[in-house]
Ligand binder design. Structure first.
Ligand code: MLT
Ligand code: ZN
Length: 443
């Protein structure tokens, strides 16, 4: 351990928040899947933006690389110290302020969990547009930095579309802040958009001004059985065209159903299940039922919250169930709608024999989570085969998880040399010492 580093950090954040005990730091050095495991000499836990700026100032002056970390729920290794970096944990910057019940906005500290943002929004009659299975751990800072997607992108957009402003510490320790929340504010470069999805490489997000969305009380969920992925894509299109108030259209294959260990939901097994959720001020059940027609379906309406949650378990339990087998190769990809079914049908054919492919995701967004088990997670031939297939079909190598470490070698499949060069120029301008998550995102 570098004594000067430890001494400086203890002076800034206090002895108890500059942690070098290996038993404690180990928990910050591995992601929850166990796939991405590194090591760190020190975890620094500032309590406010001033402390974050002081930490960055010292690290920039001394050439110490830093990995910002929120709830550590990322899935591409972008939030763990894979090259021995210092971990900058933002979890203590939690808290909600400046709630505007009329305008439908609030400000949240980087360490606030998504569940806490949702709860604060509900208190004033609103809702937060981003929801994801890791809502109890994922933080505002982490979801802004990675532009997290989740279950309601179809209706409300990704995290970038919720962010009206951010406060952040850039790589030169300057603090940028634009938290006024004006809906119309056309005054030059939109730094929140740039920081959103920058994966901690340009600045450390310390707070965000978030827009809220209407809170709909009348909710209905349908789990529908279909025989092919093409049927699932067609049903997703029909629902979106004909039903008002669609929140989510998700899918899972029968093998995922079997893996999560929940009973066959519709009397007999179907090759693919489509989960649709609608929510409105009026009961959306009739409109959804009309779109589903004669297809086999389990439906849980507004008065059945427990049953709705039960149907969502078929979809939300998959990630954990796959991980029980062992750390999978996780490939979060997106395809044009007209290529989605063919891709899902073809992708098991490009992974090595003996491997298992688990396919689920957000069918309305064209977003497939390709999880592969039974292969060495370090065997990049699986990533290579799947991501090349994605690119060949006009898709993207990351739909919502980001690039992190996992996708770096394949960024060139979807981003031109000129685009990567422009990204490097921006990185250099905002982080001249190159200390902010220097091994993530850009190859
Ligand atoms: C999901 O949609 O469930 C998440 O993106 C997590 C995952 O890909 O495992
Ligand atoms: Zn997802």
């Amino acid at each position: 351990m570098n004594a000067a580093l430890l001494g400086a950090m203890r002076r800034i954040v206090g002895r108890s928040n500059a942690v070098d005990d290996p038993e404690v730091t180990a928990g910050y050095a591995v992601d929850w899947t166990g796939r991405w495991r590194g090591s760190t000499p020190l975890v620094v836990r500032p309590v406010d933006t001033g402390e974050v700026a002081a930490v960055i100032d010292w690290c920039a002056a001394n050439g110490v690389a830093v990995v910002p970390q929120g709830g550590n729920t990322g899935l591409v290794g972008g939030g763990v110290p894979l090259h021995g970096e210092v971990v900058l944990s933002l979890r203590r910057l939690a808290g909600i302020s400046q709630v505007d019940a009329e305008g439908g906005q609030l400000t949240a500290g980087a360490g606030t969990t998504i569940a806490d943002v949702q709860a604060a929004a509900e208190v004033v009659g609103w809702s937060y547009g981003v929801d994801l299975a890791s809502r109890d751990s994922a933080t505002v800072g982490g979801t802004v930095a990675t532009n997290a997607g989740g279950l309601r992108v179809l209706r409300h957009g990704d995290t970038r579309q919720q962010v009206l402003g951010v406060q952040a510490v850039l790589g030169d320790a300057s603090v940028v802040e634009h938290l006024g929340g004006l809906v119309k504010d056309n005054t030059g470069y939109h730094l929140p958009s740039l920081l959103c999805g920058s994966e901690g490489t340009l600045g450390v997000v310390t707070a965000a001004r978030l827009r809220l969305v209407p809170r709909f009380e009348q909710r209905v969920v349908a789990l529908v059985g279909v025989e092919t992925m093409a049927d699932a894509v067609a049903l997703g299109g029909l629902v979106r065209r004909t039903v008002a108030d669609v929140d989510a259209v998700e899918f899972l294959t029968s093998s995922c159903r079997e893996l999560v260990g929940l009973p066959v939901p519709l009397g007999e097994e179907h090759a693919v299940y489509v989960l649709v959720e609608c929510a409105g001020h009026d009961d959306p059940t009739a409109g959804l039922a009309a779109a589903v027609g004669d297809l086999p379906a389990a439906v849980a309406g507004p008065s059945e919250p427990a049953r709705r949650a039960q149907l969502w378990r078929y979809r939300e339990a998959i990630t954990e169930a796959v991980n029980q087998i062992g750390p999978p190769v996780k490939l979060d990809v997106t395809l044009p709608a007209d290529q989605l079914a063919r891709f899902v049908d073809d992708v098991p054919g490009v992974v090595p024999e003996g491997a298992r492919t688990w396919l689920f995701g957000h069918v309305a967004d064209g977003n497939v989570h390709v999880n592969v088990t039974g292969v060495d997670p370090d065997d990049e031939s699986v990533d290579d085969a799947v991501l090349r297939l994605v690119a060949a079909r006009g898709g993207s190598i990351s739909a919502e998880h980001g690039i992190g470490h996992a996708k770096q070698p394949w960024l060139h499949l979807v981003r031109s040399e000129a685009e990567v060069a422009a990204m490097r120029s921006i990185k250099h301008a905002l982080d001249p010492a190159g200390i902010l998550n220097p091994h993530a995102l850009l190859p």
